[in-house]
Design a protein around this ligand. Structure first.
Ligand code: ADP
Length: 464
């Protein structure tokens, strides 16, 4: 027997005892009247409490427990306990839901939930960015009214497991490439998951271009070489012709060697995760070697001036810096006609080391300048090849400078010449101790005393 039955039975027994007592004491009539009054009171009380309960269930006020005597008090208390538990559960579910939404929001993917008629139920912020939909305004809209590409409409109609759809021209600025997957779930619902693969696509297409370029660059000399080999083997040639062909073959193999060397340098620099180090590079010694090499390349047909402050050096990887500066100087020779003048200078400007190569050569049309550091980019292919260019020189320069936090600026005028300037950051520009003899020796347009002043000035500005 539960508490309700026990209390109800006890009340009934009490009621019957009272009525029995009244009947015995005051007679049957009075006893009956008391019983009727008692029943009416009970009915009134029960109806009043039932109405209270009704109102409470109709408009639950969490936290308030109506008080009532007896069984009704017990009922209200139990209802209160039940609502408290229920309220806590709702709060837990809401918190869980909020955490879940938060997690989906930080996902790099776009996510759209669709109902069983492909109408938007919910989407995250990345989906808004990817598809240009609005998480509030577009709820309830049919997805194919908002994303109208025929490929998408076809794909969402019959999504295939594991297959994604590439969509280009997406996003608010229409420049994104998306990988989209549609996955069915629940009772005919779908989830659309999008991933921004713009960078991946770009890298992929750069890789494809690169492989095509390398193959092309190597194929040309290889074809020529194979042709010459055949000629030398098949044709009865005079000694002079044979020597000429062998010379041409050597030229082609040297060209291939140069391309492969530059590719290896580039791969090494690009693939090196380590910073370039803190070697103190003596730019004066380095540029003197570069000048000797450039004179060899020029065959004495150019004038090369050095204007080097021997008191200023750089910290970094000497071999990389030598390779970058060497490319700039050799380009100046290669793109400057005979008799031209090339000026190479190195000094500190406001604490920043600046290496400049200026030529009075053929110059570069302005529209090509932004693309010069791309691999295999050339303004004039035949001229580049004719002078032994691989098309990789400035790409190497760019990567070396990136690793040294340096910047390249290019100025040029067609027919008048070009200037390539490398600006090193202050923290890589250092002062070197220079002896008077070194100053005398230097390719620097000041005498030792003035140089010392300039060095002091530079030291003050660099704060070294
Ligand atoms: P390349 O091996 O073809 O010289 P680079 O990467 O060194 O390759 O240079 C890219 C292109 O930039 C060259 O093909 C050339 O057209 C142009 N270029 C570079 N330096 C100069 C310069 N000093 N004067 C004129 N054009 C230049």
């Amino acid at each position: 027997m539960n508490v309700i039955w026990a209390r109800a039975t006890a009340s009934l027994v009490l009621f019957l005892v009272l009525i029995g007592g009244v009947t015995l004491a005051l007679g049957v009539k009075v006893g009956l009247a008391a019983a009727v009054v008692g029943l009416l009171l009970h009915w009134g009380f029960a109806t009043y409490q039932a109405q209270r309960l009704w109102r409470l269930l109709d408009r639950p006020a969490y936290g308030t427990v109506p008080s009532a005597p007896g069984v009704w008090g017990e009922i209200y208390y139990r209802l209160f306990r039940f609502s408290k538990r229920w309220y806590q559960q709702v709060r837990d579910v809401e918190a869980q839901h909020a955490r879940f939404i938060e997690a989906i929001q930080v996902s790099p993917n776009g996510i759209i939930l669709l109902d069983n008629e492909q109408r938007i139920e919910w989407c995250n912020a990345n989906a808004e960015r990817h598809f240009g939909v609005d998480a509030e305004r577009d709820v309830g809209q049919h997805i194919t009214h908002l994303i109208r590409q025929p490929d998408f409409i076809h794909y969402i109609g019959s999504p295939r497991e594991g297959m994604d759809l590439r969509m280009s021209g997406m996003g608010r600025k229409f420049h994104k490439v998306l990988s989209v997957q549609v996955l069915p779930y629940g009772d005919h619902r779908k989830v659309v998951i999008s991933q921004d693969v713009t960078k991946l696509e770009r890298t992929d297409s750069m890789r494809r271009d690169f492989v095509a370029n390398v193959s092309h660059e190597l194929k040309t000399p290889l074809t020529v070489l194979a042709g010459f080999l055949e000629t030398v083997r098949e044709l009865p040639l005079s000694e002079a012709d044979r020597a000429r062909y062998l010379g041409l073959m050597e030229q082609q193999s040297l060209r291939m060697q140069a391309i492969v060397n530059d590719l290896l340098v580039l791969a090494h620099i690009e693939g090196d995760p380590k910073p370039p180090g803190e070697q103190r590079v003596n730019v004066r010694t380095l540029t003197q070697h570069l000048r000797d090499e450039a004179m060899g390349l020029s065959g004495g047909k150019h004038t090369i001036h050095l204007d080097i402050d021997p008191g200023v050096g750089i910290t970094g990887a000497e071999n990389e810096i030598a390779s970058a500066f060497g490319n700039l100087v050799s380009n100046a020779v290669r793109y400057t006609p005979e008799g031209g003048v090339i000026d190479v200078s190195w000094r500190a400007e406001d604490g920043y080391g600046v290496f400049t190569v200026t030529d009075d050569g053929i110059g570069i049309p302005a529209e090509h300048i932004p693309r010069l550091t791309e691999r295999f980019y050339r303004v004039d292919r035949s001229r580049s090849r004719g002078t032994g260019g691989t098309g990789l020189g400035l790409a190497i320069v760019k990567h070396v400078l990136q690793r040294h936090e340096a910047r390249l600026s290019i100025r040029s005028q067609v027919g008048r010449g070009s200037q390539f300037a490398v600006h090193f950051p202050r923290h890589r520009t250092v002062l070197l101790t220079v002896t008077d003899e070194e100053m005398d020796d230097a390719d620097y347009p000041y005498d030792a005393e003035v140089s010392a002043d300039v060095a002091a000035d530079v030291a003050a500005r660099i704060g070294d």
